[in-house]
Ligand binder design. Sequence first.
Ligand code: PHE
Length: 344
Amino acid sequence: MKERLEQLQVEALVKVEQATDSKALQEVRVAYLGKKGPITEVLRGMGKLSAEERPLIGQMANDVRAAITEKLEEKEAQLQKAEIEKKLAEESIDVTLPGRPVQAGTRHPLTAVVEHVEDVFIGLGFEIAEGPEVETDYYNFEALNLPKDHPARDMQDSFYITNELLLRTHTSPVQARTMEKYKGKGPVKIICPGKVFRRDDDDATHSHQFMQIEGLYIDENVRMSDLKGVLETFAKKFFGEERNIRLRPSFFPFTEPSVEVDVSCGMCNGKGCRVCKHTGWIEVLGAGMVHPNVLEMGGFDSKRYSGFAFGMGVERLAMLKHDIDDIRHFYTNDLRFLTQFTRG
Ligand code: PHE
């Protein structure tokens, strides 16, 4: 029995030593020290021993059990330490590695132009106004001195939703809406950037959806010279100090008199070149003195108040500023194009 115990101890210690993880270790523990293990069996068979042998074997069995237990614990600690070290090694972070760059977006060139124009006009005391893109026939046309069947409605082919609702063809309805809000009391000084829609066939210079920025200034004694001064300041701030503007007579139903505003060509400094078709000037926006009918429909006394309004195309401004030759570039979202135009 003594040999059997000695043999068990040697066997168990070897198995403990060979265990490579805590699961294997647990199996050894159960096999040798468990209730059905060989040492328990030895202790159970003690009844058959003589009175002298019994305490000796009992003592020895306990020693064997203690030795195996100690070895198990030692091995367990060793394995745990190794496992922690392995985990730490796997999870270690090399802080000297270069970081992965975060993809940063850029502002869309049209957004950049709108913000630039807004900055200029906010500097001149204008506020930003907004209006709906789905507009009523009344605000889009009628309140702007374009009654039903007015021939000038042909200038803007429209997307109608119902007889009374359409996608706005210009940002001018925001003028009419803003005037109502002010309830006949000036001054009104707003610009309104936004999307507009026309039934055009898309090509290099036309898009069925594009953006405009509308301006409106109503107060007592607003004159054409104020319009000219404001637009000249805008042209210089937006395109460059060396630029000039000129006004040409034109027609819009909502302004009287109406003008087309040209900016001197930046390519040739007004001398004449391919870009300006050898005229030295580039057409940039439409403007005029607010028609008395429009003032009255908006609730303003046209004897006391006068005002000017203007409207410009954002894509056109961007194309002129960055020498872009096709309006469709703005909408096809090619990143190689879009990331070229960031303003400070
Ligand atoms: N609404 C006009 C257009 O879309 C532009 C404009 C606005 C002209 C205000 C004069 C005054 O063509």
